[in-house]
Structure formats: structure tokens, C-alpha cells
Design a protein. Structure first.
Length: 401
């Protein structure tokens, strides 16, 4: 029995049941933050597919801080966002801890690392423990430093290029990362897999509930929802412009955490506008239907790194909102525009973005909106939901390396 056959035979509703002793499929996942919702869902999807997974993870103490992994996890210490040099001592300590658990790495069929520093950790841990596991590099975002035309940028690209030569598979969340970065910058021609950030429901039912239809009761204004890591300051400014221009005809409804500005500075913006609401943090996937069920549109425009990552990404909120019927708004010229054009849903806006969106909100009719939302709901499973097939395809790709 191959690795893929073993995984597929256990993937039909078997939860985290163990695989047959004759064909164990074992994986190691190296993660930057054990409390990160997307990391949690990725690990659970591996386990649901039948993989015996052990994770080695750090913690960042930003949100969801009370979470404790419900799988085999080895804590690597605490770390912080972006401060790469500061993280170096923590990485060295983490490498020592991983080597102490060399039996886990030697037993693994694959080592799955998200982000460059964790890829380095996975490579050297594999080397020092003499593990024969396949090394997989997952890229959720291409960080701004990799696009910089500076000494630091060149150094990071050089390190990444060196590590890519030792990678067995490159996994990206958007095909834009291949076309816009890895192929032109690194000349990447190795094996790759596009694993979109589609919604993973876990144990939650797919059937819609009344919470997903609250938008129908809001008839005096359009509600734009902006959810997640609220880090794009340009988006904040554009939403302010829209809130001022349309007044009571629009509501800006936000949930998540403003990592760039901090909560206090963000609340100063919120409190300036009577039509701007902030409802705090949330849990994925538990709160998503309630959130997207009370908004008409999902703000999916991203300008955090306009010359690099932003036009290349496929945002999680596009899938999360789409599954619950919220109509996505994106920027023209982005990977999301191309994706939505193929799907036949959503709206893309040229610069000046605020003015374009204001004109759209003034002209769209309730009837037109209802038809579009109904179309999204009819196609939502095929377009936005990870039903386990993408993970099974990934595992089959890994087996064929």
C-alpha cells in the first residue's frame, strides 16, 4: 500500500483514526504560532486525512492565546512577528529541541514547514537527525522583505534560494506566488502544489442557519465587512473615506485584531464614525456564519505590500465570506480579480478605489444584490469549501515525489 493509498483509505469520515500498522503515514508540521487559526485548521485537515502528525510550534501571544493543541505538539518557545534577527536565538534553541526529538523526525514521511525560518529549521533538523523525510515548504504570503531591492532583501532571497534547492515540494496558497515571485525571481522549476486557503469547517455542519440571513433584515444601508488581521492601513483610510461619503447609507463592520496600529489607535478611527462598528475578535470557523451573515459585502482589497505580495494573494476572507454568501470586493489587477472572474462572482474596482466603490454602492439595487448572493450560495461549496479533496491531492502529490 502506498502512502497515498493509505491516506485515501482513511479519509472518508474517519476523523483522526489511526492508519493500519502496515502502512503508517507520519508527518511533522513546523509552525510559527500554535494559536494561529489557519495553522490549527491545516493541522486538523492533515489529521482528518489520516496522517499521524506531530507538530513543533512556537507561540506569539497575539490572539487566541488560551488555545491548547489537541494533538501531539512539542512547544519550541515564544517568538514575535517579523523581527528576524531577534528570532535567531529562538530558532537555535528550537533546533536543539527538535534534535532531542530525533526519533519523531526519523519516523516521519514528510516535514512540512511554513515560512522561511521554519524551512531552515526543518532542513537542519532533518540533516542533524539523518531523517529521510520529504521536506515541504508552504508559503502563505511572500513577505515584503523578499521584494526589497536592498542588501537585506538580496540576503533573504539568497538564503531562500539556497534552501529551495533542498526542498522536495513547494506549496503555495495562490498561483500568483509562482508566477509573480518564485518563477521569475528564483527560476523555480521544481514540483509545486497550489493549496488555496478554502474554508475548512471542521465539525461544523454546512447547512445554513438563520444567522446567515440577518443581512436580509438590513434594508436601510449597505454593510461592508472587514474581518481578520486588520493590518492594512490603506484599507482603513479607504473605508474611512467611504464611511464619510455615504454616511448612514453604509456601515463598516469589522472584527479581528489590528496588528499594525494596535487596538487603541484603531478604536480612535472607529469612534470617529457613527457608522463604523468593531465587534472584537472571533473564532474560526465557529463565528463566521454570524459575521458574514450580517454583511452584504466582504472587503478583500489588500494594499499592505502593493509592490509585492498584495496583488498576488488569494485572501482567506474571500473564501470565508463567499461560503456564507457575502459578495467579495477586490482591487483590479489582482490575483483575486482573476479568480473571481473565472468564478463569475464578486466585483473588482480600479483606483481611486474609494470613489469606485462609492459609485458602485450608490448604483447597485437590492434586486441585483439578491440575485448575486443567491448565485454565490448556489455555487458556494464548489468555489469556497475545502472538503478534504485538496488535502488528499496534496498527499498524493507528496507520495509521488
Amino acid at each position: 500500500m502506498t502512502l497515498a493509498d493509505a491516506v485515501l483509505s482513511r479519509a472518508d469520515g474517519q476523523g483522526t483514526s489511526e492508519l493500519p500498522e502496515t502502512a503508517p503515514v507520519r508527518g511533522v508540521y513546523i509552525g510559527v504560532d500554535a494559536t494561529n487559526p489557519t495553522l490549527i485548521l491545516r493541522i486538523r485537515s492533515f489529521r482528518k486525512a489520516g496522517v499521524r502528525l506531530t507538530s513543533f510550534t512556537f507561540r506569539r501571544h497575539k490572539f487566541n492565546t488560551g488555545f491548547q493543541p489537541d494533538w501531539d505538539n512539542i512547544h519550541l518557545g515564544d517568538t514575535v512577528d517579523r523581527r528576524y534577527l531577534y528570532r535567531l536565538p529562538a530558532l537555535l534553541r528550537a533546533l536543539w529541541r527538535m534534535v532531542k526529538h530525533g526519533d519523531v523526525l526519523r519516523d516521519a514521511d514528510f516535514i512540512y514547514a511554513r515560512n522561511l525560518d521554519l524551512l531552515a529549521l526543518g532542513h537542519f533538523a532533518r540533516l542533524l537527525t539523518r531523517s529521510k523525510a520529504k521536506l515541504v515548504y508552504e508559503v502563505e504570503d511572500v513577505q515584503a522583505i523578499f521584494f526589497k531591492k536592498s542588501t537585506a532583501g538580496a540576503l533573504f532571497r539568497r538564503v531562500e534560494g539556497w534552501l529551495l534547492q533542498r526542498v522536495d515540494l513547494l506549496v503555495v496558497m495562490s498561483p500568483g506566488f509562482l508566477r509573480g515571485y518564485f518563477e521569475p525571481v528564483h527560476g523555480w522549476k521544481g514540483p509545486s502544489f497550489v493549496l488555496e486557503n478554502k474554508l475548512q469547517l471542521g465539525d461544523r455542519p454546512e447547512t445554513p442557519t438563520p444567522a446567515g440571513r440577518v443581512w436580509e433584515e438590513i434594508t436601510d444601508r449597505w454593510v461592508i465587512g472587514w474581518f481578520g488581521t486588520l493590518r492594512c492601513t490603506k484599507s482603513m483610510a479607504l473605508l474611512e473615506e467611504i464611511a464619510v461619503a455615504l454616511g448612514p447609507r453604509v456601515e463598516i463592520y469589522t472584527r479581528g485584531y489590528p496588528t499594525e496600529t494596535g487596538l487603541d489607535a484603531y478604536m480612535e478611527i472607529v469612534n470617529r464614525h457613527p457608522n463604523w462598528t468593531y465587534d472584537g475578535e472571533y473564532t474560526i470557523p465557529d463565528d463566521l456564519e454570524e459575521m458574514y451573515g450580517r454583511v452584504h459585502f466582504s472587503w478583500c482589497l489588500d494594499f499592505l505590500d502593493e509592490e509585492g505580495n498584495s496583488p498576488l494573494l488569494l485572501a482567506c476572507r474571500m473564501y470565508q465570506g463567499g461560503f456564507y454568501g457575502s459578495v467579495p470586493l477586490v482591487a483590479e489587477g489582482s490575483e483575486m480579480e482573476d479568480w473571481l472572474a473565472r468564478a463569475g462572482v464578486g466585483h473588482a474596482f480600479p483606483a481611486p478605489h474609494a470613489a469606485s466603490i462609492i459609485d458602485f454602492l450608490k448604483s447597485v439595487t437590492p434586486g441585483e444584490y439578491r440575485k448575486e448572493r443567491a448565485r454565490i450560495m448556489a455555487e458556494r461549496r464548489a468555489l469556497f469549501l475545502e472538503d478534504g479533496s485538496d488535502m488528499r491531492n496534496l498527499l498524493e502529490t507528496m507520495q509521488q515525489l
